[in-house]
Design a protein around this ligand. Structure first.
Ligand code: BTN
Length: 355
């Protein structure tokens, strides 16, 4: 049986982290164990019991309680009775994410950070170091979140999801782009499962990986791949989802074209619950793709996309091209029917729906 592992730091005892830049703090250790003990009981847990069970002093237990409070947990303390957990912040801590996580391998090992430059960068470094398939990196904020086509991904603290999953499919590099679509289907399904906004604007995929709500972008995926000869050695599926970002906090350059789940639904949404669902969907969609092939994935993708048969403009590095979005090529590329009647394969570009 696989056991869940997490690195996080809610209290004293942070572990070092090879892939993390200076200043990034992986959370972890005994603070997480103190939290688990508090969660196990809906009642007070005595400091003495906790100190015995964890093999640490009562002063150390107290220090972890203080750190948990600093992280936003509400912990009641009564000298004669001990400690009781009264409330949790919506932080993407491994212990929170792994509670009720129904996956076999995705998210069994979670590396959580307050702030990182990019979860994709750290996940790639961990993959190089041999991290297992399904290992997750998640951060509360990113300072240099990477977007497609060399852009940056707006990543303010504690409102959204920024996460990367290491995958090791046995595939030729030529098929790596197919896995890119796994991220879009998984994100769309996870978002749809918590979406209760206007029914006429459910989450929809725009090729390759944008998820739109009412025509505005809520999520993007960036896949970065390492090869070994002709084969994929590993790849990192990085997903950003705007969850509780408020309209007023959208930077000017993306106002009007970006949105969040909270804006669309009209109320805050649990990031922990959404991230759990995302990991579940990533595993399920990925396994279906590996077992049943690209055709099945393409069918799921098509059902969640509303661009087929519509006129689009695609911005490429060499200019732009207009045509009708016809469907996916077997390698995941976009097939565009040009006004001349010829078909064009688009491997990378920005798609704008014209009607
Ligand atoms: C896009 O441009 O649409 C793709 C955005 C991908 C952003 C996510 S956030 C988590 C992961 N880490 C990164 O640096 N980028 C991806």
């Amino acid at each position: 049986m696989k056991t869940a592992k997490g690195t996080t730091r809610t209290a004293a005892g942070a572990r070092g982290h090879a892939a993390a830049p200076r200043g990034a703090k992986p959370r972890g250790g005994r603070g997480e164990e103190v939290l688990s003990r508090l969660r196990e009981r809906d009642d007070f847990v005595s400091g003495a019991d906790m100190s015995r069970a964890l093999g640490i002093s009562r002063t150390a237990v107290w220090k972890h309680i203080v750190a948990l409070r600093e992280a936003g947990f509400v912990v009641e303390a009564i000298p004669s009775r001990g400690y009781r957990l009264r409330g949790s912040p919506d932080l993407l801590l491994p212990s929170e994410l792994q509670r009720g996580l129904a996956t076999g391998f995705v998210g069994r090992d979670i590396h959580h950070f307050d702030t990182l430059d990019s979860t994709n960068r750290v996940a790639l470094a961990l993959a190089e170091d041999g991290a297992a398939e399904g290992t997750v990196v998640v951060a509360e904020a990113q300072t240099a979140g990477r977007g497609r086509l060399g852009r940056t991904w707006y990543s303010p603290p504690r409102v959204n999801i920024y996460t990367s999953v290491i995958l090791r499919p046995s595939l030729p590099m030529a098929q790596a782009a197919q896995v890119v679509l796994v991220g879009a289907v998984a994100a769309a399904r996870a978002i749809a499962s918590l979406y209760d906004g206007p029914p006429q604007t459910p989450p929809r995929i725009k090729w390759p990986n944008d998820i739109l709500l009412g025509g505005r972008k809520i999520s993007g995926t960036l896949v970065e791949t390492a090869s070994q000869g002709e084969l994929v050695r590993h790849l990192v599926l990085g997903i950003g989802i705007n969850v509780n970002l408020a309209e007023k906090d959208l930077p000017e350059d993306i106002r009007g074209i970006a949105t969040s789940l909270a804006i669309a639904c009209g109320h805050p949404v649990s990031r922990v619950e959404l991230a759990r669902r995302l990991y579940g969907e990533i595993e399920a969609v990925y396994l279906r793709f590996l077992q049943e092939g690209f055709k099945r994935l393409a069918t799921e993708y098509a059902a969640l996309s509303e661009m087929w048969g519509r006129p689009v403009r695609v911005t490429l590095t060499r200019g732009s091209v207009e045509g009708i979005a016809e469907g996916l090529e077997p390698d995941g590329a976009l097939r565009l029917r040009l006004p001349s009647g010829n078909a064009e394969r688009i491997l990378a570009g920005d798609v704008q729906l014209l009607r």
